[in-house]
Design a protein around this ligand. Structure first.
Ligand code: GCV
Length: 649
């Protein structure tokens, strides 16, 4: 891992820490425990960075006091500073650790909040990262190098790296990590056996010191694939027993194991459907095996048919998760959590919020976000996703309560790797940090999160902070502008998902179509003439989205097929919007590049150069998107750009 990978944690003698150095003379622990020792260790480590010595006497009388008070709740904390001490009180041990990290980050960022009372309590039980890492070291949809956990079929034993990883994640509030890909192949199927468990237990042990539970993705067909049974039927007695034994063994090696994550009956993965069983029967069987040990079973709702015939207009991929899981509401065991992607398709830059969040009433839910920028620029293009996740959490799909109050947590598909920078682009670390912070405290504004990340990770120079924070905050809109328009999605290069290919998925089996013809474009998902997807929402949203006059512009083509001459609420026609947004988007990238150049000399030179390189690549990408999309639609529609700009007819 790179010397810069620790990004938002203090890594050098920052002025903010130095200003507060008088407290770094001793640490008094009024409660004991593993995580409190970790917290004290973090203070000592930081003292080392600023040349303070915490090992001796408390010379100036100032100090840190670490304590617990159950009233603050699990993971909650209060940090208060007075002339004598910085007192960090946690609702439990984890709370103390989070409080210490919070103080250190804010102090290093030199934010005034560091000196006032800081009080937080995590909103959710699950604040999870899902790694899509494979045993051979590759990372599915990874844009930051190879896996941190695996190489050549082996599990890492690099305790120093694991410690630094765990520190970083814990400091962002993460408390659960699934270390392997949900697509579990032959080698990874062995992770729950003695061939791998010993090595994996080292990771779990390191994670445990930072309050992080380790999860594994498992293969639903493991009993068959490992050659031990001739069936994986979840209702078969032998299968149940097999998983019970497997769970018992895992817990004997990893006592604080978190549980399993499962992708079943999706994208050619095995699952209960093979045996005529439903998802609740599959999930409950695994949950039953984990239950005696306090483990949980996380079951993904990303289930759809990836072999559709594009000529068949009767199926709609957007409907699949709801159709599969709504009938099972209330049938899942208490320790089952359904993990639902934020939108009904697949992590596009603009999708409506999945109606399952509001539909399910008697089922535990976890939201799934993608920190890795698979469809959103692959950590080359800047696309800060916190505003999008925040929109999802704040949305009310069925007129009841917002997503944020219906879920038990969120899982983010991780964007890390062993490249020169932990997240490929140094700026992509803002997505990782932002995910952690938002899931800890969903009430935070994107502005607050962006600013604190920039100050902690990059610079405390106010002008530079304003410039970079502004870039982060505008970046999603800019990316959306130069890519697929008005919520239609999917105009990307098939398989790789970077770069433009307007018809790349149009005649494919993946169920991802824009239906552009000479007259118009968009998916008719209305009740009257379309697929009826709108009906999966509560009445109000079904009416809002189903009516072409009230459907928000940014989602118009997700819900309606309209003529290019249709006039948007913005007053522009659809075709003119396409031209304008693509010219604007590419131009905005050029401006970001220019703004970045003005930061030369004010940032770490390696970070500056790496980002410069990526902004230059982003500009090329944006210009290509602009020209291909505009040319495509000019050729299709025959309607000229009102401003007569350069389009390649
Ligand atoms: C892990 C998308 C991605 C796949 C990913 C899948 C999923 O289809 O392209 O790489 O597989 O989502 O979320 O399971």
């Amino acid at each position: 891992m790179s010397r810069l990978y620790c990004s938002w944690l203090p890594r050098e003698k920052s002025a903010g820490l130095f200003r507060r150095r008088q407290y770094f003379s001793s640490v008094i622990c009024r409660s004991q425990g593993k995580l409190i020792s970790t917290a004290a260790g973090e203070l000592e480590r930081t003292a080392g960075l600023i040349g303070a010595d915490m090992s001796g006497e408390n010379a100036g009388g100032k100090c840190f006091i670490l304590d617990t008070d159950a009233c603050l709740g699990a993971g909650g904390y209060r940090v208060s500073t007075d002339e004598r001490a910085v007192t960090v009180t946690g609702g439990d041990e984890a709370g103390v650790l989070y409080g210490v990290y919070r103080y250190l980050i804010l102090a290093a960022a030199d934010m005034p909040e560091a000196d006032s009372v800081i009080c937080e309590k995590p909103a959710y039980r699950f604040r999870m990262l899902d790694h899509w890492d494979n045993a051979d070291g590759s990372v599915e949809r990874g844009y930051s190098g190879n896996s941190l956990f695996f190489r050549g079929g082996n599990v890492t034993d690099d305790e120093e790296m694991l410690t630094d990883y765990a520190r970083l994640m814990s400091s962002a509030g993460i408390n659960a990590v699934c270390i392997n890909n949900v697509n579990v192949d032959a080698t990874e199927t062995l992770f729950i056996t003695d061939r791998y468990l010993g090595a994996i237990s080292l990771i779990a042990e390191v994670f445990g010191r930072y309050g992080i539970k380790l999860f594994l993705s498992v293969n639903f067909a493991a009993p068959v694939q490992l050659g031990e049974l001739d069936t994986a039927d979840p209702l078969d007695r032998r299968v149940r027993e097999w998983w019970r034994n497997a769970a018992e063994h895992i817990y004997s090696v990893i006592p604080d194991f978190g549980g399993f994550l499962v992708k079943a009956d999706s994208e050619n993965r095995p699952g209960p459907h093979t045996y005529g069983r439903d998802h609740s029967e599959g999930a409950n069987m695994l949950a039953e095996a984990l239950e005696p040990f306090g483990g949980v079973l996380i079951w993904r709702c990303f289930v759809y048919n990836c072999h559709v015939d594009w000529r068949d207009r009767s199926t709609d991929r957007a409907k699949a998760a709801y159709d599969n899981f709504m009938p099972l509401d209330g049938k899942f065991a208490d320790n089952v959590y359904l993990q639902i992607k934020n939108g009904p398709m697949d992590f596009q830059v603009r999708e409506p919020v999945s109606p399952l969040f509001g539909g399910l009433e008697h089922t535990n839910m976890i939201a799934e976000f993608q920190i890795a920028q698979e469809y959103t620029g692959q950590q080359i293009d800047l696309c800060w996703l916190v505003p999008m996740w925040k929109e999802c959490l704040g949305f009310n799909t069925h007129g009841g309560s917002p997503v944020s109050s219906r879920i038990c947590g969120a899982a983010g598909v991780a964007n890390t790797g062993d490249g020169a920078f932990l997240t490929g682009s140094p700026l992509a670390a803002a997505n990782l940090y932002g995910f952690g912070r938002l899931v800890f405290a969903p009430g935070l504004s994107p502005e607050t999160i962006a600013e604190e990340w920039v100050r902690a990770a990059l610079t405390t120079d106010d002008g530079a902070v304003r410039t970079i924070t502004g870039m982060l905050l505008r970046s999603r809109e800019i990316y959306e502008n130069y890519t697929a328009p008005l919520g239609v999605g999917w105009m990307v290069t098939p398989h790789y998902h970077y770069g433009v290919d307007v018809d790349g998925y149009e005649y494919s089996p993946w169920g991802t179509y824009h239906y552009a013809d000479r007259d118009g474009i968009g998916n008719d998902r209305t009740a009257e003439t379309g697929t009826g997807y709108v009906l999966q929402y509560g009445k109000e949203n079904a009416a809002l989205y189903g009516n072409i006059d009230t459907c928000p512009d940014e989602l118009l083509l997700f819900f309606h097929h309209v003529p290019y001459t249709h006039v948007l609420h913005s007053g522009k026609t659809v075709i003119q919007h396409i031209y304008d947004s693509h010219f604007d988007g590419a131009e905005a990238v050029r401006e970001m590049l220019e703004s970045w150049k003005e930061l030369e000399g004010r940032l770490d030179p390696e970070i500056y150069r790496e980002c410069l390189k990526r902004f230059e690549m982003q500009l090329k990408n944006a210009e290509r998107w602009r020209d291909v999309v505009n040319t495509y639609f000019l050729r299709k529609s025959g309607i000229a750009d009102e401003h007569n700009r350069n389009i390649f007819i």
